[in-house]
Design a binder for this molecule. Structure first.
Ligand code: JFZ
Length: 607
């Protein structure tokens, strides 16, 4: 079980991003920016809003031990080894002697990123271990002065980025610095309750180093601050102002703290669903670590990476995909291979990703993902439908349908049932998908695509009612109680006075199996069941307990396995509009997890 403290951290970390973004969420306590500041932010965000795809690089001294310390495998993230193994500063410093990455080739790294279709690179200039990966004059604890390598990694990358037209961006750990007594994080060299002068650390290390980074390497796209922890609002503000003073066009990541960044950062590896209102980015690992770990071979398949990229694009965000180079300076071949495959797909389908706008539908579709442009709707088909693809809810008249990658035309029909307010587009498809990962069908329409946003039954007969699209009733005020994480999943639903309801359209009447889909914690670490629920819909009442009746995995969010629970049967006699309410009768919360609802799903019952 996850310790309560860790859980609080997960919730607190995720909060900066989560609740405010889904339309059911309560109003965020906002920092109301004035119009001039807002206009500046818009200007700064211009490139970011088009970028879609960036490379994150976690590279530092931790690449030397690569997940192993004194013959023992250290669990957890590679770049956290100093913390996880409680390595004293004096010992960790010795790694500098072994850091001599002869194979480092900035040109090749940036070319790999460019060929993958990435538009920016975010590299660790200083991670939590406190070691600067550039030639710093502020602290000799840096790659130029302290290692036999004696080269400025950032200088070389800046040059290559300029050459290939990518934006260079710096990750900088502003609060945690395990090398500094006055910073946060190292409680093994120094007692946790020591007197710290955090402001001194900010003034004497962070600000001077951020100044170097924004002065010596040309224009920088953004500074990716991270893990704000106990930095104060004033201190976060000082950093934001410093960045904007030195480079007015440089963005600041949401993880600077206190909602003061130019854009939001999603929880790690959390791929958003539903409509997101702010500019955002999600950092994602290709295996289970950021910094290189020799024993981590849990690589995500290329299809998952493409799916995540497209899902993020369809919700208006940027996908920041990580690589963790080795101590020799090599990007692992498993990473390079996947990047090349993503790049190949992207090249043939780039129009549906770069500059594309979000899906006009508030819900996700069973066969794949939608992106749009004025005059175009792109259907990213990941699950090839047998016997053609049917899309409900598109109001725009389709003029033409074709495969984006080879322009092959496709036959289609379009119908509308005025009484039901129901539209159906039926596209004829070949028996098998032309692309292994994602075959993109482009639809030509007049102007902005028009859709009906009402939740509707899908052509396969299922009706999915996503938690984040439910109307919240009986909610506690303030920050307490039910809310939705980045994935749109309910969290902190432990109060039975809070309940959800949905309106939806039934196209095909019949008998339905009602299911509750709930999410386990990350890596399937934990789950809480046993809640008793009351479902009311179409004049019927179902009462059932949330049990483990089945499981499934969402390909875009594979780290969070889902549990499927049967709630009973519902009969719907006529097509039309219905409402469904979900009222908890008893909620279990011994584990403080509560009802982590993903969706309520109605599946046609076998007759
Ligand atoms: C942080 C770092 O601690 C980690 O080493 C890595 O650099 C990663 C990109 O960022 O870890 C986090 C930060 C925030 C969340 C999760 C892990 N979060 O909000 O869920």
């Amino acid at each position: 079980m996850l310790p309560a403290k860790a859980l609080r951290c997960v919730l607190a970390c995720a909060f900066a991003f989560s609740a405010a973004h889904f339309h059911t969420a309560r109003a965020q306590t906002s920092n109301k920016p004035d119009a001039a500041a807002e206009a500046e932010r818009d200007r700064r965000l211009k490139w970011f809003r088009e970028a879609r795809f960036g490379m994150m690089i976690h590279w530092g001294l931790y690449a030397v031990p690569a997940g192993e310390w004194k013959g023992k495998l250290i669990p957890g993230l590679g770049e956290w080894i100093m913390n996880r193994a409680k390595i004293p500063v004096a010992e960790y410093e010795q790694l500098t002697q072994q850091f001599n990455p002869a194979a480092f080739d900035a040109d090749a790294w940036v070319r790999l990123a460019r060929d993958a279709g990435m538009k920016y690179i975010v590299i660790t200039s200083k991670h939590h271990d406190g070691f600067a990966m550039y030639h710093s004059r502020v602290s000799r604890y840096n790659v130029y002065d302290a290692t036999p390598f004696k080269r400025d990694v950032m200088k070389e990358l800046a040059e290559a980025c300029r050459k290939y037209g990518l934006r260079l961006c710096f990750y900088y750990s502003q609060t945690q610095d395990w090398h500094e007594r006055d910073a946060v994080g190292n409680d093994w060299d120094w007692p946790a309750d020591r007197k710290r002068d955090f402001q001194r650390y900010l003034d004497e290390k962070v600000k001077p180093q951020v100044t170097e980074l924004l002065t010596n390497y040309g224009p920088i796209g953004l500074i990716w601050f991270d893990t704000p922890r106990d930095i104060t609002r004033e201190q976060s503000k000082e950093l934001v102002d410093l960045v904007h003073k030195l480079q007015p066009d440089c963005l600041v990541s949401g993880r600077v703290g206190h909602g003061l960044g130019d854009y939001d950062s999603a929880g790690d590896n959390q791929i958003s669903v539903g409509q997101v209102r702010r500019d955002w980015e999600t950092p994602v690992t290709m295996n289970d670590t950021w910094g290189f770990k020799r024993d981590d071979q849990n690589w995500k398949p290329t299809g998952v990476l493409i799916r995540q990229l497209v899902q993020v694009s369809s919700r208006g965000g940027n996908y920041l995909l990580n690589v963790g180079p080795t101590a020799e300076g090599r990007i692992p071949p498993q990473s390079a291979e996947r990047l090349t495959q993503v790049g190949r797909w992207l090249k043939a389908n780039s129009e549906s990703v770069y500059g594309a706008r979000p899906s006009p539908f508030p819900y996700e579709l069973p066969w794949g993902i939608i992106t749009t442009k004025p005059g175009r709707v792109y259907l990213h088909v990941f699950e090839w439908p047998k016997g053609g693809l049917v899309l409900y809810g598109l109001k725009s008249k389709v003029k033409k349908a074709y495969f984006l990658s080879n322009k092959t035309g496709l036959k289609f029909t379009q119908q509308s049932d005025a009484a039901l307010g129901h539209d159906a587009l039926d596209i004829q498809l070949p028996a098998s998908a032309p692309d292994t990962y994602d075959s993109v069908i482009a639809l030509e329409v007049a102007g902005e695509p028009q859709v009906d946003t009402m939740l509707t039954q899908q052509p396969d007969g299922t009706i999915t009612l996503p938690a984040h699209l439910g109307e919240v009733h009986g909610a506690a005020s303030g920050d307490e109680g039910l809310r939705f994480d980045t994935r749109g999943v309910a969290e902190r639903w432990t109060n039975r006075n809070e309940w959800l309801s949905w309106d939806f359209r039934v196209v095909r009447p019949g008998a339905y199996e009602v299911l509750a889909v709930t999410s386990e914690q990350k890596y399937g670490r934990d789950w809480e069941g046993g809640h008793e629920l009351l479902v009311e819909s179409a004049g019927q009442r179902l009462q059932a307990r949330v049990e483990r009746d089945g499981k499934e995995v969402d390909p875009a969010n594979p780290y969070w396995p889902y549990v499927v629970s049967k709630l009973g049967r519902l009969r719907v006699d006529k097509a039309g509009r219905y409402a469904l309410s979900l009222k908890p009768q008893t909620l279990r919360s011994e584990k403080k997890l509560g009802l982590t609802l993903v969706s309520v799903r109605l599946v046609p019952a076998a007759q």
